[in-house]
Ligand binder design. Structure first.
Ligand SMILES: Nc1ncnc2c1ncn2[C@@H]1O[C@H](COP(=O)(O)OP(=O)(O)O)[C@@H](O)[C@H]1O
Ligand SMILES: [Mg+2]
Length: 157
């Protein structure tokens, strides 16, 4: 059996590290930083802000006292801006991006748009159901991505 070979060796020029700002994503951001440095690649950190009803319903309980929808959306946008600014400050070599939409497809869309060669993401996120092998966003991206995906488990403790 012959093995198909690529014409040229793969190169990593741009790494996409998506984050939901959870501890589960943090190790992935660190791996993204190390891997992009090793390849001398550009690093893009992305948050996809899910303003759909399902996304908003999955929020932690602090949000249970629902203000009017417009106010809630304004608050979420402001909070996202604050969180991504913290990421930008902690990872000064990375470019940071926020996109509004559905996280799993948003990550794949941005990967294509920025020309990423590799995605580095957590196995778990904000929902943090540790007994589930893979979070749903991670699973979808691994299943559908056309570029390699490095999944990183959160460090213990
Ligand atoms: N809204 C999001 N924007 C960007 N990246 C995300 C988002 N949600 C999840 N991710 C990425 O996917 C990883 C796994 O999260 P997810 O599959 O949602 O697990 P969980 O079900 O535990 O929340 C996160 O560590 C992060 O890298
Ligand atoms: Mg999640």
């Amino acid at each position: 059996m012959t093995t198909a070979r690529r014409q040229t060796a793969p190169r990593v020029k741009r790494v996409l590290a998506p984050t939901d700002f959870s501890p589960g994503a943090e190790s992935a951001l660190q791996w993204g930083t190390s891997v992009s440095a090793a390849f001398d690649a550009e690093l893009v950190m992305l948050n996809v802000l899910d303003l759909s009803l399902a996304g908003v319903a999955g929020l932690p309980t602090g949000f249970a006292a629902m203000p009017a929808a417009a106010e809630l959306i304004g608050r979420l946008r402001a909070e996202t801006k604050t969180e991504i600014a913290k990421i930008a400050a902690r990872y000064p070599k990375a470019t940071t991006l926020v996109r509004e939409g559905i996280p799993r497809t948003g990550i794949l869309d941005v990967a294509r748009e920025v020309g990423a060669d590799l995605i580095v993401m957590g196995t778990h996120g904000r929902t943090g159901l540790a007994h589930i092998f893979f979070g749903s966003v991670a699973e979808y991206v691994v299943r559908h991505s056309r570029i390699p995906v490095l999944t990183v488990r959160q460090e213990e403790g």
